[in-house]
Design a protein around this ligand. Structure first.
Ligand code: SRM
Ligand code: SF4
Length: 576
C-alpha cells in the first residue's frame, strides 16, 4: 500500500495546552519523547529513572518496575526498591522467525531472569532488565530487526492478528496488512534510535510526528485484525477491530469495529469494560485511510484531562456513536458500507497439529500463562531453543498466550515432534479443557498495579477446579477462564465464561456469563471473595451445567439461562 496515497496526517483540531492534564504537559514538553532519558540512564546513583522519564519510556515499550516480593523488606532496610525494567517487543500478529526466537532466548537468559513471557497481545516481554542492560537488550533486538517502539504508551500498541495457519493464504494477506498497520501507526520520533542505539539526531524535513503531534494520543489505542471464524484476538475488545471478510478464499475487505476496551477501576464507577460496535464495512484498499480517520478522531476528541476517561470507548459514549461514525466518514470522504455477514465460533486456540491449505503443518503448544521457563520437570525454554535451532518455518504467538510452531514441511515434522516429546512440550494432549482455555496476566511480583496474584496462582486454582470438573464429567469441556491481578483486565477476563479479577491478596471478583467466542461481556456473580467461596460457587454452577445443559450449550450461555447472572446487553455490540 502506497503511503503517499494516505491523507494528510496533521491535526484537524488542536486542544489548547493550558487545559491538558499532567501527562499531556509531560508529553508536550518532552521534545518528542526525549525528556531526560539519556541523563536518567547515565545516573549511576540509582537503579531507577525519574518519574517523568519512566512515563516517556513506555512509548519505547519499556516499563520501570520493582520486585514487589521484597519491596517491604527493602523498605525496612531503608534500601531503594529493587528496580528493574520490563521491555515489550513490537511483534505485529505475533509472528517471528527462528533466528528472532533464538535472539529473544539469548536476551532472556542474559538480561531477563532466564525467562520469556508471551503476552495476551501476541508478543514477548523481557522482565527484570537492569537499567544498564537496557541498551544492550534493545540493540540485540535490532540485530534481528525487532524493536520495542510503541509497544506501550499513548500510541497504537501491539497490532494483533488472528493466527490461523489453516487458512494460510488469507492469513498471509491479513497478516501483511497488520504488519503494515503497525509500521504505519507507530511513532516516528528519532528519540528511539538516539537513546537506545546512540544515533545522532537528524534534521527532519517536516514535523517530527506528522500524525501524532507533540502530545501523541490521549491514551493507548489498540488495533486488531480478526479472521473469522476465529475471534482469538477478541476483536470486540480493540479500540479499532477489523474483521476480515473474504470472498473465494481471498481478502475482500473488513468490517470495522470501534470502541472496545476492558479496563475498569473498582472505585471509579464511571469506568467500565465495553465491547466494540461494528459500524460498517470497508474494502481492503480503504484500510489505511480508515485507520487514520478513526485514530485522528480519537486523537482530536479524546479526553486529555482525565486519563481514567481518556480511552476511545468514552469518547464514543460521550459524543454518541452516530456522531463519531459521521466524523470518521467526514474525514474519510465516504460513508461506510453496511457490515457484511460473518460468524465467529471461538476465541480460543485449536491446540495440537493442523495442516494448512498449502500442505505445511502447524502445532499449537500450550504455554501455561505464556511463561517460557525451564522447570525441573519441563525444560521448556531449552526445548523451544532446540526447536528454533532446527526449525525452518515461523513461530507464532497466539492471543491466548500459546505458541504455534508453524510452517513445518511434512518431512521435518518427525524431528520437531521428537523434540517436543523430549522436552515435555506436548502437554496439550493431556490437559483439561478448562486449563487449555485459561489465561492469566503477569501480576505479582513485577506489575506495579497488581492487587492479587494471577499468573502464579491460577494454575493451582485450576488444579482444584479440575477436581470439580472431574466430579461432574466436564474434564474435556472447553470453558474459558481468565484471571487478572487487578481490574485493568490484561487477560481480557470480562469476556471469559469464568472471569476473576483481583481485589486484595487472596480476594477476587468472580464473573460469569461471558460469550465463548468473545461476543458478550460477563457479569459479576460474587464480589471480593476468597478461594473457598470461588470453588463453592463453581461447584454449584458447573454441577448444574453438567446436569441441565442443552446440547452444545456453552457454560457462559448456561450461566445466563439458569439465572446466575443477567445478560449484559446495554450499549454493547452482540453478534447475534
Ligand atoms: Fe495491560 C497496564 C501487562 C494486555 C489493560 N498491563 C499494564 C502494565 C503495564 C502495568 C502498568 O501500567 O504498570 C502491566 C505490566 C505487568 C508486567 O509485569 O508485565 C500490563 N497487559 C499486560 C500483559 C503483559 C498481560 C499478560 O499477562 O500478557 C499484556 C501485554 C499485551 C501486549 O503485548 O501489549 C496486557 N492490558 C492488556 C489487555 C488485553 C488486550 O489488550 O488485549 C488489556 C485490556 C484491554 C484494554 O486495553 O482495554 C490491558 N493494562 C491494561 C490497563 C487498563 C487500561 C484501561 O483502559 O483502563 C492498564 C493500566 C493503564 O493503562 O493505566 C494496563
Ligand atoms: Fe497488572 Fe492488573 Fe494488568 Fe494484571 S491486570 S498485569 S495486575 S495491570
Amino acid at each position: 500500500m502506497d503511503v503517499k496515497t494516505q491523507p494528510d496526517r496533521s491535526r484537524d483540531v488542536s486542544q489548547p495546552l493550558d487545559r491538558l492534564g499532567p501527562d499531556e504537559t509531560l508529553k508536550a514538553n518532552s521534545d518528542y519523547l526525549r525528556g531526560t532519558i539519556k541523563q536518567s540512564l547515565a545516573d549511576e546513583v540509582t537503579a531507577a529513572v525519574t518519574a517523568g522519564d519512566g512515563k516517556l519510556m513506555k512509548f519505547f515499550g519499556i516499563y520501570q518496575q520493582d520486585d514487589r516480593d521484597i519491596r517491604d523488606e527493602r523498605r525496612r532496610q531503608k534500601l531503594e526498591a529493587a528496580f528493574s525494567f520490563m521491555a515489550r517487543v513490537r511483534l505485529p500478529g505475533g509472528v517471528c522467525s527462528p533466528s528472532q526466537w533464538l535472539k529473544l532466548d539469548e536476551l532472556g537468559r542474559a538480561y531477563g531472569g532466564d525467562t520469556l513471557r508471551l503476552t495476551t497481545r501476541q508478543t514477548f516481554q523481557l522482565h527484570r532488565i537492569m537499567k544498564h542492560n537496557l541498551r544492550p537488550a534493545l540493540q540485540g533486538l535490532r540485530d534481528v530487526l525487532l524493536d520495542t517502539k510503541a509497544a506501550c504508551g499513548d500510541d497504537t500498541r501491539g497490532v494483533m492478528c488472528t493466527v490461523n495457519p489453516d487458512l494460510s493464504k488469507l492469513h498471509a494477506e491479513v497478516y501483511t496488512l497488520a504488519r503494515q498497520a503497525s509500521d504505519h501507526a507507530a511513532h516516528r520520533t528519532g528519540a528511539y534510535s538516539e537513546i537506545w542505539y546512540g544515533a545522532e539526531r537528524q534534521d527532519t524535513d517536516g514535523p517530527e510526528e506528522p500524525f501524532y503531534g507533540r502530545t501523541y494520543m490521549p491514551r493507548k489505542f489498540k488495533i486488531g485484525f480478526a479472521i473469522p471464524p476465529s475471534n482469538d484476538i477478541d476483536v470486540y475488545s480493540q479500540d479499532l477491530g477489523l474483521i476480515a471478510i473474504a470472498q473465494d478464499g481471498k481478502l475482500k475487505g473488513f468490517n470495522v469495529g470501534i470502541g472496545g476496551g476492558l479496563g475498569r477501576t473498582d472505585q471509579a464507577p464511571k469506568t467500565y469494560p465495553r465491547l466494540a460496535n461494528v459500524i460498517g464495512y470497508i474494502d481492503a484498499d480503504q484500510l489505511f485511510p480508515a485507520i487514520d480517520a478513526v485514530m485522528s478522531v480519537q486523537r482530536d476528541y479524546g479526553d486529555r484531562v482525565d486519563r481514567l476517561h481518556a480511552r476511545f470507548k468514552y469518547t464514543i459514549d460521550d459524543k454518541g456513536l452516530d456522531w463519531i461514525k459521521g466524523e470518521i466518514e467526514r474525514r474519510l470522504g465516504f460513508a461506510f458500507a453496511p457490515a457484511q455477514p460473518y460468524t465467529f465460533t471461538s476465541n480460543g486456540d485449536p491446540l495440537g497439529w493442523i495442516k494448512g491449505e498449502d500442505g505445511r503443518e502447524h502445532c499449537t503448544l500450550f504455554i501455561q500463562n505464556g511463561r517460557v521457563i525451564n522447570t525441573p520437570d519441563r525444560p521448556m525454554m531449552d526445548g523451544l531453543r532446540a526447536i528454533a535451532r532446527v526449525h525452518k518455518g515461523t513461530f507464532r504467538i497466539t492471543p491466548n498466550q500459546n505458541l504455534i510452531i508453524s510452517d513445518i514441511v511434512p518431512e521435518d515434522r518427525p524431528a520437531i515432534e521428537a523434540l517436543m516429546k523430549q522436552y515435555g512440550l506436548d502437554e496439550f494432549e493431556t490437559r483439561s479443557g478448562l486449563r487449555l482455555n485459561a489465561m492469566a496476566c503477569v501480576a505479582l511480583p513485577t506489575c506495579g498495579l497488581a492487587m492479587a496474584e494471577s499468573e502464579r496462582y491460577l494454575p493451582d486454582l485450576i488444579t482444584k477446579i479440575e477436581v470439580i470438573l472431574n466430579t461432574h464429567g466436564l474434564k474435556d469441556e472447553p470453558i474459558t477462564i481468565r484471571m487478572t491481578g487487578c481490574p485493568n483486565g490484561c487477560a481480557r477476563p470480562y469476556i471469559a465464561e469464568i472471569g476473576l479479577t483481583g481485589r486484595a491478596p487472596g480476594k477476587y471478583n468472580l464473573y460469569l456469563g461471558g460469550g465463548f467466542h468473545g461476543q458478550r461481556l460477563n457479569k459479576m456473580y460474587l464480589e471480593n471473595v476468597g478461594e473457598s467461596a470461588i470453588l463453592e460457587a463453581l461447584d454449584k454452577t458447573l454441577g448444574h451445567y453438567a446436569r441441565d445443559r442443552k446440547s452444545g450449550e456453552r457454560f457462559g450461555d448456561f450461566a445466563i439461562r439458569a439465572g446466575y447472572v443477567a445478560e449484559v446487553k446495554e450499549g454493547r455490540f452482540f453478534n447475534d
